[in-house]
Design a protein around this ligand. Structure first.
Ligand code: IPE
Ligand code: IPE
Ligand code: MG
Length: 239
């Protein structure tokens, strides 16, 4: 198989799925699975520099996840606040720059404040770029981008003739990020559930059976190894 000259995945995006099943298999409430999942995030972020991953984007809460029970949604929101409070110091010290994507309007102000602060606090870091997708949906993101773009057109700041596949993504939440090379989904489900629809047009996908709370750095390294032997063509014919 022909490999591209750089066969390392620099931007990996992960759909962290399977927390609920992990807990249920142990007869525990779903939230226990989410707590274990949050612990895994720490291990995986820490593993990135050694594995050559400069950008890690993780799906924490989708625009569809509001459909879950009030108990689970409230528990997840508490977990996000706790994660930010507890991890901010280590993330800063370990060179991690944190960004959030998704619509913040629907999130409670106390959480949004913590998110804003963490972004500001870590803005000078360069070792790992961690992007957390929270109240994120790919369709919602594209629709919000279209709305902002329409405002710019209406205000005379943008000529419709300038809209193309290079200018449009500047309106997406991910405007400063490279596209993901690899999208991983844990827990055996082979779907993308509204994650990074625009950005993953040419990503490789890896669907693995491991539940997110069991996703160790060794499993992560294995996934990255497999990516290294894939051939990426981007529509061209290999020479
Ligand atoms: C993913 O795990 C985490 C979130 C969606 C917040 P799930 O909660 O979807 O776990 P399963 O799919 O029910 O096992
Ligand atoms: C996708 O997982 C969202 C996150 C991992 C945050 P879900 O478990 O919500 O997706 P579906 O419902 O199985 O498609
Ligand atoms: Mg799920």
């Amino acid at each position: 198989m022909t490999k591209t000259s750089d066969s390392r995945a620099r931007h990996v995006a992960i759909i962290m799925d399977g927390n609920g099943r992990w807990a249920q298999m142990r007869g525990r409430p779903r939230l226990v699975g989410h707590h274990m999942g949050a612990k895994r995030v720490k291990e995986i972020v820490r593993a990135c520099p050694d594995l050559g991953v400069s950008h890690l984007t993780i799906f924490a809460f989708s625009t569809e996840n509001w459909k879950r029970t009030q108990t689970e949604v409230a528990g997840l929101m508490r977990l996000f606040k706790r994660y930010i409070r507890r991890e901010a110091h280590d993330l800063l010290a370990e060179g991690v720059r944190v960004r959030f994507i998704g619509d913040r309007v629907k999130l409670e102000p106390a959480l949004v404040d913590l998110m804003d602060n963490l972004e500001l606090m870590t803005a000078g870091n360069t070792k790992v770029n961690l992007t957390i997708a929270l109240n994120y949906g790919g369709r919602d993101e594209v629709a919000r981008a279209a709305r902002r773009l329409a405002h710019d057109v209406a205000a005379g700041k943008l000529d419709p003739r300038q809209i193309n596949d290079e200018t449009f993504p500047k309106y997406l939440d991910t405007y400063v990020l490279p596209d993901p090379d690899l999208v991983v989904r844990t827990s055996g489900e082979a779907r993308i559930s509204n994650f990074l629809l625009w950005q993953s047009a040419y990503a490789e996908y890896e669907f693995i059976d491991t539940l997110w709370p069991d996703f160790t750095k060794e499993v992560f390294a294995g996934v990255l190894d497999r990516f290294g032997s894939r051939e990426r063509r981007f529509g061209a014919v290999p020479v």
